[in-house]
Ligand binder design. Structure first.
Ligand SMILES: Nc1ncnc2c1ncn2[C@@H]1O[C@H](COP(=O)(O)OP(=O)(O)O)[C@@H](O)[C@H]1O
Ligand SMILES: O=C(O)C[C@@H](O)[C@H](O)C(=O)COP(=O)(O)O
Length: 333
């Protein structure tokens, strides 16, 4: 059984908070951005992708965020509504902000990069007063995404949401989600990551993301178990360290350690792995599964998404993930 107990009988299973953006994924793959002429538009932004993953898996999902007052903002809200995601706490920003755009370059299955346009973005305009306590208390779990900590007032809005979550027994997931272009320095990132990590029940991040905090304290441990223990001294009950194509390790505050392997994939692009993994992993935890089963479910979901052109649109259903696992178990592929 999962070591985390979620509240029962809440109308929402899960609330994502933060970035609602647009991904423009290159249609002409295996070439640099300079030579890419056309793109396909998808809803994007890591917490949006994770929320969409959970909605596809049949969870009742809501979102707290700000969108731009234009066609892009409306496109995002319409897309979420079609997936039955509750948009009651999504605010239309009136300050003239814009939607963040992520242009993706797919040079090869291993060489992908993202060119972000994020000046004056609506998502970072989220204010503490936007975060409705009565909305947060309707959920079993809340996802904080690290990028929302990059600037005020979004930063303060995150801590307000965490406070409401603690008050009402809502489990806080923190996906470190480090995007350098949104921050002024690594030190600033480490400082705010530390504060959020200390207040979170489940931490999900890559080795280099945890390093940001440890570097700040002058104690680069480079040791996943030591990293996890550091957070168990605070509030965390589960810490997951992701390692791309090398899988992941999940730790519990009771001392358990699980190694997660990777499903073979015909990789189109590498981005989307982390969000699909997180969405399916969180789903598993909310079903009360053991962490190794959650990791397997997350990895299967990631193998589907890295084999697809998009992130959000490609988030798989329960049946697709179960079929993917069955194929691997039966045929080894
Ligand atoms: N090339 C790949 N093929 C198959 N699965 C992958 C691949 N890369 C990542 N994954 C899966 O996705 C998970 C998260 O990937 P990772 O790259 O660490 O996240 P992020 O995208 O946030 O950096 C991994 O633990 C693994 O299960
Ligand atoms: O998060 C963003 O703003 C961009 C995402 O929509 C993009 O698809 C991506 O980078 C996915 O992140 P990952 O799952 O951590 O690779």
């Amino acid at each position: 059984m999962s070591c985390i107990q979620f509240q029962k009988n809440r109308p929402l299973d899960f609330i994502g908070l933060g970035r609602l953006c647009i991904d423009l994924n290159a249609n002409e793959i295996h070439r640099p951005m300079e030579e890419t002429m056309t793109f396909t538009k998808y809803v994007g932004g890591s917490p949006a992708n994770i929320s969409i993953a959970l909605a596809r898996l049949g969870m009742q999902v809501g979102f707290i965020g700000r969108v731009s007052d234009d066609a892009h903002g409306r496109f995002i809200v319409q897309y979420l509504k079609k997936l039955n995601i509750n948009t009651d706490n999504i605010i239309v920003d009136q300050s003239g902000s814009v939607t963040g755009l992520a242009f993706t370059e797919i040079k090869s299955p291993t060489d992908c990069s993202i060119l972000m346009y994020r000046d004056n973005v609506a998502d970072l305009k989220l204010e503490p007063g936007d975060v409705s306590e009565s909305y947060v208390r309707q959920a079993k779990a809340l996802l904080i995404s690290g990028t929302a900590l990059a600037q005020s007032p979004s930063r303060e809005a995150v801590f307000t949401a965490i406070e409401h979550a603690h008050k009402h027994g809502v489990i806080v997931f923190f996906d470190l989600d480090y995007r350098p272009y949104t921050w002024t320095s690594r030190e600033e990132t480490g400082m705010y990551y530390k504060q959020a990590a200390e207040k979170s029940d489940v931490l999900i991040g890559g080795r280099e993301e945890f390093d940001l905090i440890e570097a700040l304290e002058g104690s680069l441990q480079q040791d996943d178990a030591a990293t996890a223990r550091q957070w168990f001294d605070h509030r965390a009950q589960v810490v997951v360290v992701k390692r791309g194509g090398d899988g992941s390790t999940a730790f519990t505050s009771q001392g358990d350690r699980y190694e997660g392997s990777v499903f073979p994939a015909e990789v189109v692009k590498t981005f989307g792995a982390g969000d699909s993994f997180a969405g399916a992993f969180i789903y598993g935890m909310m079903q009360g599964w053991s962490l190794d089963k959650c990791q397997q479910f997350g990895s299967a979901s990631a193998s589907i998404v890295v084999s697809s052109h998009s992130c959000s649109d490609a988030m798989p259903t329960l049946q697709q993930i179960e079929d993917r696992i069955a194929r691997y178990v039966q045929q080894g592929i």
